[in-house]
Design a protein around this ligand. Structure first.
Ligand SMILES: Nc1ncnc2c1ncn2[C@@H]1O[C@H](COP(=O)(O)OP(=O)(O)OP(=O)(O)O)[C@@H](O)[C@H]1O
Length: 297
C-alpha cells in the first residue's frame, strides 16, 4: 500500500490546522494511501519528520502550515536519495510558494488538489548547508522584516507587512555588500539583496515575473538605494513586475552567488531569520516533485 505522511504545524496561520487534517486524511485514503499524521511541537520537528519519511521510503509527504513549516519540511529532503512527492496545504500569512505554484490559498480548495495527477518538478535553493524553496534576502530591510512579529504578519497581510518593515528600519539603512556571482563581483552600499527561485516574494506575485520554479536559476536583485523603496515608483514597479528595470536596481540570474560584508549583516530565508553573512547560495535543479492543480489557473 502507498504510504503518506502528513506534517502539520498546529500553530500555523489562524491556528486552524487541526481541523483540516481529517479532510486531508480522507482524500489521501481515497487515493489509496495509508496515512500517518505527525504534529510539530517545536522548531525543526518538520525537518526530522520529513527526513524519516525519506528514510522509510514514503510515497508522499503533505505539509500543512505556513512558509516556515514548508521551509523546515523541505530541509528534510537534504542529501536523501529517496524523496517522496510533496503536497502543500498553505495556512500561513504570505504562502509565497503556494502562490508561485498556483496552489489555491483557500485550504479546503488546496486539499482537493491532493487528488490531482499533475506534478511539477521544482528546483531547490541551497544556502550554505541548508535548502530553501523560495527566497533569501540580506541587508537592513531583511533585518527589519524579520523583526515584524508573526502575529503582526498575520494581522497585517503582505503589503502592510512590507510597510511595517520599512518603518522598523533604524540607524544605518545600508551595509557594504560584496556580491560575487559566476565570476563577476559587485561591491557597494545596499539596503537589500534578494535571491528568488519563484515569481512570488513577500506576497508580491510579480517581483520576479520570469522566475520559473524549474529554470535552474537564482533570480537576484541588488537594491542600490533605499529611498526608492519608499516611493510610489517602487510600489508601481513591484506591482507591474519591472523592479529589475529600475535605475537603482541591479538584476541578474546565476547558479552560484556569494554574499559577504565587512559589517555584521543578518539574512532572511523563506520568511524566517537565516544565518548571518557571509553566505554561499546555489541551486539544485529539478529536485522535488510537488502536486499542483490539474489545470493551471
Ligand atoms: N507546535 C508549535 N508551536 C509553536 N511553533 C511551532 C510549532 N511547531 C512548529 N513551530 C514553529 O513555527 C514556525 C512558524 O510556522 P509557520 O511559518 O508555518 O506559521 P506562520 O508563522 O503562521 O506562517 P507565516 O510564516 O506564513 O506567517 C516554524 O518555523 C516552526 O519552527
Amino acid at each position: 500500500m502507498k504510504q503518506a505522511m502528513i506534517i502539520i504545524n498546529p500553530s500555523s496561520g489562524k491556528e486552524d490546522a487541526p481541523q483540516h487534517v481529517r479532510n486531508v486524511e480522507e482524500i489521501l485514503r481515497q487515493q489509496g494511501y495509508e496515512v500517518k499524521v505527525n504534529e510539530t511541537a517545536k522548531e525543526l520537528d518538520a525537518t526530522r519528520f520529513c527526513t524519516s519519511a525519506c528514510e522509510e521510503c514514503y510515497d508522499l509527504v503533505v505539509c500543512i502550515g505556513g512558509d516556515g513549516t514548508l521551509h523546515e519540511t523541505i530541509n528534510g529532503f537534504a542529501d536523501q536519495i529517496h524523496r517522496p512527492k510533496l503536497g502543500i496545504i498553505p495556512l500561513g500569512t504570505v504562502n509565497d510558494y503556494a502562490r508561485a505554484l498556483q496552489i489555491p490559498l483557500v485550504p479546503d480548495q488546496a486539499i482537493q488538489t491532493l487528488a490531482s495527477s499533475r506534478l511539477v518538478t521544482v528546483d531547490m535553493g541551497r544556502l550554505n548547508d541548508q535548502l530553501f524553496v523560495n527566497v533569501v534576502a540580506a541587508g537592513s530591510l531583511a533585518e527589519a522584516l524579520s523583526s515584524v512579529s508573526s502575529e503582526d504578519k498575520s494581522r497585517l497581510g503582505a503589503l502592510a507587512y512590507l510597510k511595517e518593515g520599512l518603518k522598523e528600519l533604524t540607524g544605518t539603512a545600508t551595509h557594504p555588500l560584496v556580491i560575487d556571482h559566476d565570476g563577476e563581483v559587485w561591491e557597494g552600499e545596499s539596503p537589500l539583496f534578494v535571491a528568488a527561485l519563484t515569481n512570488s516574494v513577500g506576497g508580491f506575485e510579480k517581483l520576479a515575473p520570469e522566475a520559473a520554479v524549474d529554470d535552474g536559476l537564482l533570480h537576484c536583485f541588488i537594491i542600490k538605494d533605499l529611498t526608492i523603496l519608499n516611493t510610489l515608483t517602487v510600489s508601481l514597479s513591484l506591482l507591474l513586475g519591472n523592479l529589475k528595470n529600475h535605475k537603482d536596481v541591479i538584476y541578474f540570474t546565476a547558479t552560484e552567488v556569494s554574499v559577504s560584508s565587512t559589517e555584521p549583516v543578518r539574512t532572511n530565508v523563506d520568511g524566517e531569520e537565516g544565518p548571518p553573512l557571509p553566505i554561499q547560495l546555489g541551486i539544485i535543479p529539478r529536485h522535488i516533485q510537488v502536486i499542483v492543480p490539474e489545470e493551471p489557473i
